[in-house]
Design a protein around this ligand. Structure first.
Ligand code: NDP
Length: 401
């Protein structure tokens, strides 16, 4: 009997719970705890109406470890699936250690007062998870997540050594809004406005945010401008594949999005430094998040596709070979299936798959791990089965940008 507790009732959580309810033979009991009970109620009603599946719901502030422990103790799940925000990761991991429960998330811990993306804090819990025979799986979304699995799969099946890794993330969708983000606006803007950083020959090279642009022709979408950025999976991939000479991450942005972002930045609305407003301390970015469209609300009107994948060049039998592995996901189809746009879908499905692999003990090792540290085959099989089919093509030559 597999019981899970999901924390967070946002866009990603909604998709993961829909997918788990579709697989009720594996996910027999689901409890959902989050900050705003009404958002839990909405998901509860959707899965009841669609699949006649009952979930228990609770109000929870996961910044509070003892409250989180109490909810875990009440439902006694095998696994806690953390789909709240990166700020809660360490507290939820502590509560899992306290209650002897396995842990999974989709984004690495970030301190609230500095936009800093590092696995250090979560990796430091490895020994404590091991001692308790518990497993923590970090970053089981698309990127990080599926991109880590693609890399492991290419290394396992196509190349003897992997040398050059490029992760390409394109959202070719149109939501009809002047400015909106694909997932939580606060987390998204913190990530995008960071300095770019990539790995080359043993060093990390930094640059100004979004200062390097390349046009790329994405399958099923067409030509889009993509920008060099830092993304958290680069840290674990470089650590776990020591044959890598270069690792980079690219994301597409339209001109309109960048113009709005520049204005918001220039007037100080993306700042995370608190300011005093009518004698209250507010963080401008937190305020901005409240007035921007909620990514959950974009699903109904978003058209177009996403294409996320990895291009890897390396050696096979001493010959250079380049492999592109990617998924194309249609916003409208996602909405028809689970009332969500493709960015939440491409994150929620891998969160469900990672959870499925843990509860069935297909992937099980005590300690705290990233996805590339497991056999990629079962994950790849489930991606094909549960709505995110993979395409793998051999390119004639390595990319030249
Ligand atoms: P949302 O903002 O839609 O959802 C976050 C949820 O967490 C909300 O329900 C929110 O509550 C809840 N929450 C926030 N703080 C607390 C707290 N202290 N205690 C309990 N619940 C809390 O975000 P998304 O669904 O878009 O993103 C979820 C996670 O997925 C994020 O960590 C994001 O970084 C990650 N992500 C990962 C991707 C990947 O590919 N790996 C891609 C996209 C997202 P409330 O309802 O009150 O707002």
């Amino acid at each position: 009997m597999s019981k899970v507790l999901v924390i967070g009732a946002g866009g990603v959580s909604s998709v993961a719970i829909h997918k788990m309810a579709q697989l009720s033979s594996k996910f027999k009991e689901i409890a959902l705890a989050s900050r705003t009970i009404n958002n839990c109620k909405k998901i509860q009603k959707q899965v009841k109406d669609k699949y006649n599946f009952n979930i228990n719901i609770e109000e929870l502030d996961a910044d509070n470890i003892s409250e989180t422990s109490k909810i875990i103790s009440k439902y006694n799940p095998e696994l806690v699936i953390n789909l709240a925000l990166p700020y809660q990761d360490l507290n939820i991991m502590e509560a899992c250690l306290d209650q002897n429960v396995h842990y999974l998330d989709t984004a690495n811990y970030e301190p609230r007062d500095v936009a800093k993306f590092e696995y250090k804090w979560q990796w430091e819990l490895n020994d404590r998870f091991k001692e308790k025979n518990l497993m923590g799986l970090l970053g089981s979304g698309f990127d990080p997540g599926v991109t880590n699995v693609y890399t492991a799969y290419i290394k396992k099946h196509y190349l003897d050594e992997i040398h050059y890794l490029d992760i390409l993330d394109c959202n070719g969708g149109d939501h009809g809004q002047h400015f909106a983000t694909n997932f939580n606006p606060e987390i998204n803007i913190r990530e995008i406005t960071q300095k770019s950083k990539f790995y080359k020959n043993g060093k990390w090279i930094t640059g100004d945010p979004l200062s390097k642009k390349i046009e790329f022709d994405f399958p099923d979408i067409g030509k889009r401008n993509m920008y060099l950025m830092y993304h958290e999976e680069l840290e674990s991939l470089v650590k776990n594949f020591n044959d890598l000479k270069q690792a980079r991450f690219w994301m597409t942005f339209g001109d309109q999005y960048l113009n709005y972002l520049n204005v918001l930045q220039n007037v100080g609305l993306t700042s995370i430094k608190p300011i005093s407003f009518k004698n209250i301390n507010i963080v401008p970015l937190e305020f901005l998040k409240e007035i921007l469209p909620d990514p959950k609300s974009l699903g109904e009107n978003t058209k177009g596709k996403t294409c996320i994948g990895t291009i890897i060049s390396g050696l096979k039998n001493n010959k250079i070979k380049t492999i592109y592995c990617y998924n194309v996901c249609d916003h409208k189809k996602c909405f028809e299936e689970v009332e969500s746009q493709a960015v939440s879908y491409t994150t929620g499905v891998p969160a469900m798959i990672g959870s499925l692999l843990i509860i069935t003990k297909t992937w099980f090792k005590p300690g705290v791990w990233n996805l590339e540290q497991f056999d990629p085959d079962p994950f790849m099989k489930y991606l094909n089965l549960f709505g995110l089919p993979n395409k793998i093509v051999k390119l004639d030559k390595p990319i030249n940008f």
